[in-house]
Design a protein around this ligand. Structure first.
Ligand SMILES: *Cc1c(COP(=O)(O)O)cnc(C)c1O
Length: 450
């Protein structure tokens, strides 16, 4: 397979292994990996995109079972980082980030789930958050100024825990998390507020949208940014987005012998995870098809039907980490197919399911396969089931993006069963909550400047 990208922009450094990132808004605005990670978003508000994607040698996939997880990850991700992080350092980062299992669990003949929830916060975002944290930590250590970077993040629940945990103890980085008071689950609140060290939580009198508005305002407020270096930790950041490609390659290593035609169904919200899967495909990973499974927030399924992109306000669902009305990474997916709809539609489809269908799928998986899926995984299962009705000769893997305990109430109510609380979560539940309550933007500002 040939990459569709031209190395049209001259490398900034001669004789150096180096990746340029350009802004999808203004393609001649280029940046190093380091600057892309520190800025998060380009100065023109565009998303960063790698200038080239060079497929790995076919022998890599032919002999993949001989690679350790860290070796495999290094081979796949190295070209996106170049020499900006030296090999030894990058390997050390990868071995810390990937220190848990990513098992493919077969449920039926030719149907399996890839469990991404075995990390410290039991959300698949652990990998991206930890990778980004360690890259920032490395760059901060390298810089001469002893100035810390402050990661400011608003969370409606699941993301914040992964970010908080990922950055815990990373030198040179402070984290301030805003969450809406009384609107996150007890487990989620503990995950945000009990860590201590360089992680601080602000409990905002208001909604998630208020938290988000405060954060956006702070990034534009020079009376803050003149004094402290602020950055975000959302999935727009290349260091959070790209390492997700590794899930697909690690899954392939497990099913290579039985999956001649491999299909992935990815429960999608901001479409960062599935977009990274398509990057793995561009690296030569033998995948036949990608399904983006969504809840009723179905801007992309509608786009695939009509070729018209219409963002909408999000609707609340039981798979709430996917309640997104304007998926930020879809523009990157389009770019991966040279903005050509037919190319995209040849490899990618998208389907939407409502909460009743999601609950029915959770129940079916529980009764027929003795498998407890969370609502996000169940949406992934539905997308796969629907595709495989018409493509029975494929091997399908749906991604399970959160442990069911993260969505305890709806899981226990739907399945009429108790979910055992895993050790990671029990540990947090016993911790002491520490947070500061704020109600206004001025309070946030004085907190940050204090
Ligand atoms: C964030 C998240 C998703 C959606 O991932 P995207 O990369 O935004 O598409 C799905 N499931 C869970 C549990 C999540 O936390």
């Amino acid at each position: 397979m040939k990459s569709t990208f031209q190395k049209s922009i001259p490398k900034e450094l001669n004789n150096c292994n180096y990746m340029n990132y350009f802004s999808l808004n203004t393609p001649d605005h280029i940046s190093s990996f380091k600057d892309a990670v520190i800025r998060g978003i380009a100065p023109d508000k565009g998303l960063y995109f790698p200038e080239s994607i060079t497929p790995l040698d076919p022998s890599f996939y032919e002999t993949i079972e001989n690679y350790s997880t860290v070796d495999l990850a290094y081979e796949a991700i190295q070209q996106f980082i170049g020499d900006e992080i030296p090999e030894e350092e990058l390997r050390a980062i990868l071995s810390e980030v990937l220190d848990f299992e990513f098992p493919v669990v077969e449920l039926e003949k030719n149907v399996a789930t890839l469990e991404l929830f075995h990390g410290p916060t039991m959300a698949f975002k652990d990998v991206g958050a930890r990778f980004m944290a360690r890259c920032l930590g490395y760059f901060s250590k390298q810089s001469n100024t002893k100035e810390n970077v402050t990661v400011l993040v608003a969370t409606s629940g699941d993301t914040g825990g992964a970010v908080a945990n990922g950055f815990l103890g990373v030198e040179g980085v402070d984290v301030v998390i805003l969450y809406p008071k009384g609107k996150v689950s007890p487990i989620q609140e503990k995950q945000l507020t009990t860590l201590g060290q360089n992680i601080r939580a602000l409990e905002v009198e208001g909604s998630f949208d208020d938290c988000q508005a405060f954060v956006k305002k702070a990034f534009l407020d020079e009376s803050i940014t003149d004094h402290i270096k602020l950055t975000s930790a959302n999935s727009i950041n290349v260091a959070r987005w790209l390492p997700q490609m590794l899930y697909y390659i690690i899954a392939y290593r497990q099913v290579k012998d039985k999956a001649e035609k491999l299909v992935f169904s990815v429960p999608s919200g901001n479409f960062g995870n599935i977009c990274a899967g398509i990057v793995a495909y561009k690296l030569g990973l033998p995948v036949d098809h990608f399904i983006a499974s969504t809840n009723v927030n179905k801007v992309i399924p509608d786009y695939m039907d009509t070729q018209t992109y219409t963002p909408r306000a999000s609707k609340p669902t039981i798979s709430n980490a996917m309640d997104v009305g304007d998926p930020s990474n879809f523009i990157r997916i389009q770019k991966l197919f040279s903005n050509d709809y037919d190319q995209l539609a040849a490899l990618f489809s998208s389907e939407s399911f409502d909460d009743d269908q999601t609950k029915a799928a959770m129940l079916k998986l529980f009764i027929e396969n003795e498998y407890v899926a969370d609502p996000h995984g169940a949406v992934g299962y539905l997308g796969l089931e629907s595709y495989m009705e018409h493509h029975p000769d494929t091997y399908g893997i749906f991604l399970e993006t959160a442990h069911p305990v993260k969505f305890l109430e709806v899981v226990e109510e739907t399945l009429q069963t108790k979910v055992a609380i895993p050790q990671q979560i029990q540990k947090v539940m016993g911790g002491q909550k520490k947070s500061v309550e704020i109600a206004t933007y001025e309070e946030l500002k004085s907190y940050l400047l204090d």
